[in-house]
Design a binder for this molecule. Structure first.
Ligand SMILES: *[C@@H]1O[C@H](CO)[C@@H](O)[C@H](O)[C@H]1NC(C)=O
Ligand SMILES: *[C@@H]1O[C@H](CO)[C@@H](O)[C@H](O)[C@H]1NC(C)=O
Ligand SMILES: *[C@@H]1O[C@H](CO)[C@@H](O)[C@H](O)[C@H]1NC(C)=O
Ligand SMILES: *[C@@H]1O[C@H](CO)[C@@H](O)[C@H](O)[C@H]1NC(C)=O
Ligand SMILES: *[C@@H]1O[C@H](CO)[C@@H](O)[C@H](O)[C@H]1NC(C)=O
Ligand SMILES: *[C@@H]1O[C@H](CO)[C@@H](O)[C@H](O)[C@H]1NC(C)=O
Ligand SMILES: *[C@@H]1O[C@H](CO)[C@@H](O)[C@H](O)[C@H]1NC(C)=O
Length: 364
């Protein structure tokens, strides 16, 4: 955080007025060379006498060194700056000890005049830079000087976030691989961006970019999916969030994409167990599912039959169902008919249990 050494040259140039005013390009980082320094600002007339020798050793910063740790009594408020592009902001640099004669900011825009006050505020109406360094420095009356850097994050929420398939359109087939992409347009800084893919309300995965650009960029994030029959009708979408830390806005900027309706072609699948028990008098129900909805034909001993609605012992035995949907499949199932008192594993029971369960939940 503390870097010492260079502003001495800079200050001396300023004090002696030997710098030829030269324009500063607004998109260069903080100038380091005297020739790049902005025109000296109006100076207080009651300047303290400058040391006559230029060989004053500058304070050197060595934070790890015990004992002789040099002291830079500068405080920044805030200590880190997170600002939205084109927003106003201010930062206050103050010196907590006596014995410092001058306080200044080395910044790329709206540079305030050096002061002999205890603090100096850098105030900007509209942030128009992306990548720069900003430094507050103080010159000590004993001839030393020190400086403190203000880390700045300039951010911009994305213009648009959109989701789409890579090289695919139309319905998907279950069990195949597809790639979803989320395009985040014109966002900065991309290294603080987190992209989350969702399937309905479930997060599928979070992605971050390793890029370090500080200017706005457009990035594409991808995720591979392999849909199953449960994914038919779900919606895929993605969310782009700028994580800007505690100094950032209270609600981090979040943009979501449109929703992508998934159609998954599958089946036919038999939903019930292949061995089914029903009580006498009950109907036999088998559920066959698919997209497209399959047609079913039941066979018993090679004859097309209707499934019994009022089961009796004579209905027990093997049945075959011929299903035609996305593909054609034949399933063989076995029906067992119990006396009225027995417990069954029929699909009807599963269905009833599910209904009861849902009703219980709704009552809670
Ligand atoms: C800057 O900080 C100093 C010291 O904490 C304080 O006295 C002063 O009021 C602050 N100025 C502004 C404009 O916040
Ligand atoms: C980012 O870096 C990590 C580790 O270095 C790596 O595992 C990951 O794949 C990289 N991500 C991208 C998007 O390149
Ligand atoms: C920011 O500017 C510095 C100085 O010009 C440069 O070295 C650095 O690569 C830039 N950083 C990014 C992320 O553009
Ligand atoms: C932005 O991301 C970088 C890298 O992940 C992290 O070090 C930094 O703290 C983040 N900035 C903020 C303001 O959270
Ligand atoms: C996606 O599905 C939702 C409801 O399931 C529907 O309201 C919406 O119109 C569909 N969107 C498209 C583009 O088909
Ligand atoms: C079911 O069959 C039994 C005997 O086969 C018969 O007594 C009963 O009335 C039938 N029930 C219905 C609802 O058809
Ligand atoms: C299914 O069964 C029907 C009727 O027995 C038969 O015509 C058909 O070829 C079978 N299909 C398959 C895929 O086994």
């Amino acid at each position: 955080m503390f870097v010492c050494g260079w502003p001495i040259t800079l200050l001396l140039f300023r004090l002696f007025g030997s710098v030829t005013p030269s324009p500063v390009s607004t998109n260069t980082p903080a100038p380091r060379l005297p020739s790049q320094i902005s025109p000296p600002s109006p100076f207080p007339s009651n300047l303290p006498p400058l040391p006559s020798s230029l060989t004053i050793p500058p304070l050197t910063s060595s934070p790890g060194e015990p004992g002789g740790r040099p002291h830079c009594p500068l405080t920044l408020s805030p200590s880190t700056l997170v600002v939205r592009f084109e927003d106003p902001f201010m930062a206050n640099c103050s010196v907590s000890e006596m014995g410092f004669s001058l306080l200044g900011w080395e910044v790329p825009l709206a540079s305030p005049s050096v002061t002999m006050d205890r603090f100096l505020v850098w105030r900007v109406d509209k942030m128009t830079e992306w990548n720069f360094t900003s430094t507050c420095y103080a010159l000590s009356e004993q001839g030393g000087q020190c400086q403190i850097n203000l880390p700045v994050t300039v951010y911009k929420p994305p213009d648009r976030v959109s989701i789409s398939f890579v090289d695919h359109s139309g319905p998907m087939f279950e069990g195949r691989h597809y790639t979803l992409q989320c395009e985040v347009q014109d966002v900065a800084p991309v290294q603080n961006l987190t992209v989350t893919f969702y399937r309905g309300h479930t997060a599928l995965g979070q992605l971050q970019s390793n890029d370090t650009e500080r200017t706005p960029v457009t990035k594409i994030f991808t995720v591979d999916i392999m849909p199953s029959k449960e994914d038919d009708g779900v919606q895929y979408w993605c969310e782009a969030k700028l994580e800007l830390g505690p100094e950032g806005p209270q609600h981090p900027p979040v943009e979501t994409s449109q929703k992508l309706n998934a159609t998954v072609l599958f089946g036919p699948h038999l939903i019930c167990p292949t061995k089914l028990q029903v009580r006498e008098g009950e109907s036999v129900i088998f559920e066959v599912r698919g997209n497209p909805q399959p047609s079913v034909t039941w066979f018993r001993d090679g004859q097309a039959v209707a499934l019994p609605t009022n089961s009796s012992r004579k209905h027990a035995g093997k049945y075959t169902v011929w299903t035609k949907g996305l593909g054609q499949k034949n399933f063989t199932v076995e029906v067992e008919v119990l006396e009225n008192s027995g417990t069954t594993n029929s699909c009807n029971i599963f269905f009833l249990l599910a209904v009861l369960f849902i009703q219980t939940i709704n009552r809670l």
